[in-house]
Design a protein around this ligand. Sequence first.
Ligand SMILES: Nc1ncnc2c1ncn2[C@@H]1O[C@H](COP(=O)(O)OP(=O)(O)OP(=O)(O)O)[C@@H](O)[C@H]1O
Ligand SMILES: [Mg+2]
Length: 258
Amino acid sequence: MDDRPLMSADSVTCRFRGTTACRDVSLDVYAGEVLGIVGESGAGKSTLLHCLAGAVQPSEGTVTYADAKGHDHAIHGLSESALRQLSRGDWGFVHQSPYDGLRPHISAGGNVAEPLLRCGETRYASLRAAARHWLAEVELDPERLDDPVRTFSGGMQQRVQLARNLVTQPRLLFLDEPTGGLDVSVQARLLDLIRQLASELEVAVVLVTHDLAVVRLLAHRLAVMRQGEVVEQGVTDQVLDDPQAPYSQLLVASELRS
Ligand SMILES: Nc1ncnc2c1ncn2[C@@H]1O[C@H](COP(=O)(O)OP(=O)(O)OP(=O)(O)O)[C@@H](O)[C@H]1O
Ligand SMILES: [Mg+2]
């Protein structure tokens, strides 16, 4: 078994003018695992996720990705086109708001098929068949293929976003609060679906959330962030059952009270 990580952050610091959004973060993501990143609002979770996905340049440190052939890439040193190729084919990114991750005025099927088109698939029948398949995979009615995605509910739009990000069969999926803003029951179904698909498709997932119940359900390992730093990381059950860092202890205690 290849026990090298799929992606590694090494001492990553991201500064925006006066703010240090994340500081000296090192973590690994392994093939097929779900890594949860938790922490309070403003802790730097989204910044770190964007930095891992190549969209935010770190001020210091490196992010390395091992491709399917086992070649390492320092992703922030890549040319724009090489990075685009990886982020289109190897990675997916599900945004907290469907409006950041979807094109609301085109059809659900068009949204799902578009990444395949960008990867070079131009046969209309194949694109439609793939869109149908992935809509069904996320438990949406494939007959709604031609409906504009803006006519879907919030939970359904997140499913379309998920389908759009799975259609290229990525090795790594970034999820930034994918269930934020949804009703609790819709959230639970979507989380179940993510868990099921991640394990079926053997895709590695980096999942940002501020909700410990979500990481309990989904994440194999967990990194706890506070004020830009990872204060603790480890196997989810261990971190949550026996937190070591004072901030993780506080987080777990406040979950128990709520
Ligand atoms: N593009 C930017 N320009 C300036 N400051 C930024 C930028 N992006 C993030 N920040 C700052 O970095 C810090 C971390 O923000 P970030 O969005 O990463 O936090 P978060 O943990 O994702 O919070 P939330 O749970 O509210 O989404 C905040 O102080 C934020 O204002
Ligand atoms: Mg965020």
